[in-house]
Design a binder for this molecule. Structure first.
Ligand SMILES: [Zn+2]
Length: 205
């Protein structure tokens, strides 16, 4: 891993004008503190981001919004992308790509579709390495008309964020698997090594 290309983004640090990358579904405030502005929505008393972007707070009007990232037209083999799993079948997981890593600008917006081929041994006896709704970091293997082939094999690749399939609360990493503090469900998935403390970087093994 090229250390020099790593750029730490602390999604909890929203003070002092620091630019903070948020992902779709990230909670950025409570509905008591702010009113939802652009690219946000209110959900059960919390304000969530609907896009990949940077949080902007307007303390005068108590408005919180998210500015989408600069956008990009295309991706290439070797690029790192961010997205959300929207379909899983026996052979592949389909991913809605929302951002790509750019060596100069960091994460930038890119909208597209991709898929990850699932291992053959995944069947009734084992759970899939990813599930619908998971936010993942993947690398582009090849681009194509029917979506880009992606891989989540590698330390920095895999799930960055997931919700408990039973109670829909964020799961934490515990002893190499994912665990729900609320209902004690645990799940084996392919998580990225910075699960729960997301870092943005482009070059990964
Ligand atoms: Zn749970």
């Amino acid at each position: 891993m090229a250390q020099s290309s790593r750029k730490l983004v602390n999604i909890d640090n929203t003070k002092g004008g620091v630019e903070n990358l948020v992902l779709p579904g990230d909670i950025i405030s409570t509905a008591e503190e702010y009113v939802p502005g652009k690219n946000t929505a209110e959900m059960e008393g919390r304000i969530i981001s609907l896009v990949y972007g940077n949080v902007k707070k307007d303390d005068k009007n108590l408005l919180i919004s998210v500015s989408p990232l600069k956008s990009r037209k295309s991706i290439r083999a070797g690029d790192t992308v961010y997205g959300q799993v929207f379909k899983v079948d026996q052979r592949k997981a389909s991913i809605k790509i929302g951002a790509a890593y750019d060596p100069v600008s960091g994460a930038i917006q890119f909208n597209g579709e991709g898929y990850v081929n699932l291992p053959q041994q995944y069947d009734r006896n084992s759970s899939p390495p990813v599930r619908i709704g998971d936010i993942v970091r993947a690398r582009v293997v090849r681009t194509g008309d029917r979506g880009s082939e992606l891989t989540i094999a590698g330390k920095g690749l895999g799930i960055l964020k997931t919700l408990c399939p039973r109670c829909r609360l964020p799961m934490t990493r515990k002893n190499g698997s994912l665990y729900c503090d609320n209902c004690e469900k645990s799940e084996m998935r392919k998580v990225a090594d910075d699960y729960g403390a997301i870092e943005i970087y482009g070059e990964m093994q």
